[in-house]
Design a protein around this ligand. Structure first.
Ligand SMILES: Cc1ncc(COP(=O)(O)O)c(C=O)c1O
Length: 369
């Protein structure tokens, strides 16, 4: 008889996070060298990482015998300077996903509920369920977020709202003024976790910045990451910004030593490499245009994105993803988000975007023949 671990129901009901297919897995199956596989499934940076970050990482790797600085002192200083907030307003974690998780651990419990939108990033869903809290999902018609619907969904036991701007997998965003108006209406006892994993790709608009809103609202936590525009997804480093009392609470929930010495060193160097960041953003802009033009030509419907990925309607996302694997391309089916017709593709290098468009052309014409 198989052993059923004696865990609470909310843990037994947890779904495993489904990541993009690993390159090594497909390479083995197709007997193809890994270099030939293009992974467009996890919104990684097609330029790789900054040379400065790579050099810092190598330097930090020379002696791995010591534990890393648990307080991430130098990275806090660098972020404090770059963001113009006090070091005591920042918590650093092993990826921003870990900060999303400790926020749930801090503010939720089995008696409380959290509100988020339909098509929300899976990590929100998982973080809420892990702590046994109730999830309230708000519909997201046409992939947009209605802040009034989020507010209307609040119940007496709601203590947290998760909102990604831009959203994943939608790529849509709310203007900053709307975020500001939303914050003005959120009851003070409810914490808003504003996930800005794709912040660097979004052009500045006229509204107040999220960090300005942090100064105004003690119930706001903004999270960002080094995984996307900074190209350090493999190192796992991200952070949250909030007022000091909230940060002090979140820091107590961090897993000790979870941000490695290499990650800290690379993140500090990456912050200083503004040229790399600028190049990343312009390559992404060009890539989005390239993909839109290609999708238009193929007659495929897509959602205009403010991030480094696009949602495209291919009729049957899971089947198309399987077909694309035969072309050495890994994209992300999004059936798990309730979008079985769609695929999410990262914006890749010009060459890989072209490969994807050509492969789609072959596969789409096969379906229609
Ligand atoms: C909306 C959103 N938030 C957070 C993350 C987590 O990123 P990381 O844990 O690598 O910082 C991702 C990654 O895909 C994301 O799409």
């Amino acid at each position: 008889m198989s052993y059923a671990p004696n865990v609470p129901d909310h843990i037994a009901g947890l779904k495993a996070y489904v990541p993009g297919l690993p390159i090594e897995d497909l390479a083995r199956r197709l007997a193809m060298p890994v270099e030939k596989i293009a992974k467009l499934a996890s919104n990684e940076n097609p330029l790789g990482a900054s040379e400065l970050a790579l050099a810092a990482m190598r330097e930090a790797a020379i002696d791995p015998s010591l534990y890393p600085d648990n307080d991430c002192t130098l990275l806090l200083d660098a972020l404090s300077e770059a963001l113009n907030v006090a070091p005591g307003q920042i918590v650093i974690g092993a990826g921003s996903e870990s900060v999303l998780g400790i926020a749930a651990a801090a503010f939720l419990s089995a008696e409380r509920s959290a509100v988020y939108t339909q098509y929300s990033f899976q990590a929100f869903v998982n973080a809420v369920q892990r702590v046994g809290a109730e999830a309230i999902e708000v519909p997201s018609p046409n992939f947009t977020v209605s802040t009034s619907a989020l507010l209307d969904a609040i119940r007496p036991n709601t203590s947290m709202i998760y909102l990604a701007n831009p959203g994943n997998p939608t790529g849509t965003r709310l203007p900053q003024q709307e975020i500001a108006d939303f914050m003005a209406r959120v009851p003070a006892q409810i914490v808003v976790v504003l996930d800005e994993a794709y912040f660097e790709y979004v052009p500045q608009d006229d509204g107040p910045t999220s960090l300005e809103l942090v100064e105004r609202y003690p119930n706001l936590i903004v999270t960002r990451t080094f995984s996307k525009a900074y190209g350090l997804a493999g190192l796992r480093v991200g952070y949250g910004v909030a007022q000091p009392a909230v940060i002090a609470m979140l820091r107590r929930l961090r897993a000790p030593f979870s941000v490695t010495a290499m990650a800290q060193a690379a993140a500090i160097a990456a912050l200083s490499d503004t040229e790399f960041l600028d190049r990343t953003v312009s390559v992404n802009e060009l890539g989005l245009k390239q993909l839109y033009a290609g999708f238009d030509e193929l007659g495929l419907r897509y959602v205009r994105s403010f991030a480094n990925f696009v949602l495209v309607d291919v009729g049957n996302g899971a089947a198309m993803a399987k077909q694309l694997e035969q072309h050495g391309l890994i994209v992300r089916p999004v059936g798990g988000y309730g979008l079985p017709a769609w695929l999410r593709t990262s914006v890749g290098s010009e060459q890989n975007n072209e490969r994807l468009l050509r492969a789609l052309q072959v596969e789409v014409s096969l379906v229609h023949d």
